[in-house]
Ligand binder design. Structure first.
Ligand code: ADP
Ligand code: 5GP
Length: 209
């Protein structure tokens, strides 16, 4: 996948609830991809495990990591800090392992700006519709309507960043979406259907209305 013996970086971003965490786990399970485990100041969800889903830390601990220049990127999302630390990521890449990130558009911009000597593939996930997105958020967050609504408020701003990514895909059927992503990572071919850019652009318009 890379021209040399180093691994590649793959980044998945999306508005909250579109399915990137699910896809990142699936990609890592079925392929030679190591997930970059982020640090966050968010509280763990009931099904999340320390060191597997995130490293859950306090704001003070997060600020210390910032001052010690440990982060490859970090951002504040939904009132919480999230960041990817450099050391493990670079060690894996230099060891020939591919590293996959589930991070937002701010973190993606920061990684791209650094002009690292690794191949970077960026992928943006869209939901099939706003209604389906809301349902997925409710389902994941145990019918916490307040939380789901709060996440939806960020949708219009987040979705506009789709143009900054190498590949954009609609996560309707999970299996199909997975296949399209893997094909793009392996071949770089984004011509999944004729007029693909136009279709995505129209789909985003429909999501904003
Ligand atoms: P994100 O990481 O983008 O916030 P998640 O991966 O946590 O989103 O997915 C949000 C919810 O939607 C989860 O409950 C997940 O199981 C579900 N989900 C993901 N993809 C699909 C899909 N294609 N069809 C139906 N439900 C899905
Ligand atoms: P969640 O709280 O749903 O796990 O994640 C909220 C948002 O934070 C998602 O868009 C997710 O991609 C993003 N995120 C998770 N980890 C990181 C990280 O390390 N850096 C950045 N910039 N965003 C992250």
């Amino acid at each position: 996948m890379s021209e040399n013996n180093e691994g590649i970086i793959v980044i998945l971003s999306s508005p909250s609830g579109a399915g990137k965490t699910t896809l990142v786990k699936e990609i890592s399970k079925r392929n030679n991809f190591q997930i970059s485990i982020s640090h966050t100041t968010r509280k763990p969800r009931s099904n999340e495990t320390e060191g597997k889903d995130y490293y859950f830390i306090s704001e003070t601990e997060f600020e210390n990591l910032i001052h010690e220049d440990k982060f490859l990127e970090y951002a504040k999302v939904f009132q919480n800090y999230y960041g990817s630390t450099k050391d493990v990521v670079f060690k894996k890449l230099n060891n020939g392992e591919n590293v996959i990130f589930d991070i937002d558009w701010q973190g993606t911009q920061q990684i791209k700006r650094q002009k690292l000597n690794y191949k970077i593939v960026t992928i943006f996930i869209l939901p099939p519709s706003r209604d389906e997105l809301y349902k997925r958020l409710l389902n994941r967050d145990k019918n916490d309507e307040k939380l789901a609504k709060e996440r939806m408020t960020q949708f219009n701003e987040d979705v506009l960043h789709w143009r900054d990514y190498n590949f954009v895909v609609i996560n309707d059927n999970l299996g199909n979406c997975y296949k399209k992503i893997m094909k793009f990572i392996e071949t770089g071919d984004d011509k999944i259907e004729p007029n693909y850019q136009k279709l995505i652009s129209l789909h985003v318009e429909s999501l904003l209305n």
